[in-house]
Design a protein around this ligand. Structure first.
Ligand code: TRP
Length: 371
């Protein structure tokens, strides 16, 4: 792929992934061109101008394939950071707003909930790793994508994040459900320390199933912390969260010094408890290389009753190196429980700018049993 541009690299991958899930590639390809703007035409041999934290190698894009419990077909999602001409956080916040304008002019999105809170997530010089990210969801047989927006609760500083989210959830009428989630997720005295408010997300549609989501990054946490966090949601199998975590991470933790576990809560209008919970395991921190991550993902899929073919094809569509040769192509794996769509999601890096090194200190599980 050397010699190609960021846009060409991303376009080839997204077309392959659209084929895997059976959606038409043209809306995705068009949106990518708008999202990347002039940054898309830079050759990949030039380093990225902006160190996006969407992915480890600073590609401002990440793919994910969501498999759904209830027999709905798998979906392709693209997480992206709209690229700006200048390497500043403020310029990227403006670029994200501009991209949203483009999306709204071409697609059917509802911005009323976004408008209710957007002023809270504005700052002349945003702090933290990002200001505003987009997600686009492509479903088989559906010409129109769906959109989701991710705000950074820490963009006015880590210490202001709790108040900021309190205000946002108040405005959306979700304060009671939010309190219940925080009581379960946050360890005593760890808010803003080891438990961080990582993302605040809104679905940009106005059906009753439009979700609000809050993500807590739990540093040095264990599978038991994930189980406790899931306890805020009624009627889900919290023990499954612990088992999934231990299988994906190759142990029950605590995962000290690794990338954090992330717990997210789904809120729906009118419910005074969170209705859904997801656990995201940064599987790349827990494997020697992507071959090991891949095997582990296939084991998880089989165990939870999903067909493995879609993920096998998706990995083949993005990998342009042997899986043993790097680490991080398979970035996260998540389990979704409760409403509105239980399932499992696998996150794949574009690796436009390179891949993570294998961890030679770690002996892959297969190597261990062979020895
Ligand atoms: N790359 C960042 C991280 O790993 C943000 C991110 C992208 C993320 N996709 C994610 C975090 C999925 C959790 C789950 O933290």
């Amino acid at each position: 792929m050397s010699g190609s541009s960021l846009y060409e690299h991303a376009r080839a991958q997204v077309a392959g992934l659209c084929d895997v899930v059976g959606s038409s590639p043209s809306p995705a390809v068009e949106l990518l061109a708008d999202l990347l703007g002039p940054a898309g035409s830079r050759p990949l041999s030039d380093p990225p101008v902006w160190p996006s934290t969407v992915a480890d190698d600073h590609t401002p894009l990440e793919w994910s394939i969501a498999l759904n419990r209830d027999g709905e077909p798998p979906t392709l999602r693209v997480l992206g950071e709209a690229q700006a001409g200048a390497p500043t956080s403020a310029a990227h916040l403006s670029a994200a707003h501009r991209f949203l304008g483009v999306v709204a002019s071409r697609h059917d999105v509802a911005l009323d909930r976004f408008d209710q809170v957007a002023d809270l997530f504005a700052a002349p010089d945003p702090d933290g790793e990002f200001a505003l990210w987009h997600s686009m969801v492509f479903r088989a047989g559906q010409q129109e994508p769906e959109f989701k927006i991710y705000f950074n609760p820490e963009l006015r500083g880590i210490e202001n994040a709790p108040n900021l989210l309190d205000d946002a959830m108040d405005r959306l009428g979700l304060e009671a459900a939010y309190d219940a989630a925080m009581r379960a997720a946050v360890r005593p005295n760890e808010l803003g320390r080891r438990d961080r408010l990582a993302f605040f997300a809104l679905d940009l549609h106005d059906s009753p199933s439009a979700r609000t989501k809050v993500y807590v990054a739990q540093h040095d946490a264990s599978a038991a912390d994930a189980v406790r966090s899931a306890g805020a949601v009624d009627g889900i199998d919290t023990e499954a969260v612990g088992e999934f975590c231990a299988l994906a991470a190759g142990g029950a933790g605590p995962f000290v010094g690794d990338r954090p576990l992330v717990s997210s809560y789904t809120f729906l209008q009118g419910a005074d408890r969170p209705v859904g919970f997801s656990l995201y395991v940064p599987i790349r921190s827990h494997v020697a290389n992507d071959a090991e991550a891949y095997e582990r993902v296939l084991v998880l899929l089989t165990r939870y009753g999903y067909d493995t073919t879609v993920i096998e094809r998706a990995v083949a569509a993005v990998a342009d190196r042997p899986l043993e040769a790097g680490r991080g192509l398979i970035a996260h794996v998540s389990l979704r429980l409760g409403a509105p769509r239980p399932g499992m999601t696998v996150y794949l890096s574009s690796e436009a700018f390179g891949s993570g090194e294998p961890d030679h200190q770690r002996v892959p599980a297969r190597g261990r049993t062979a020895a």
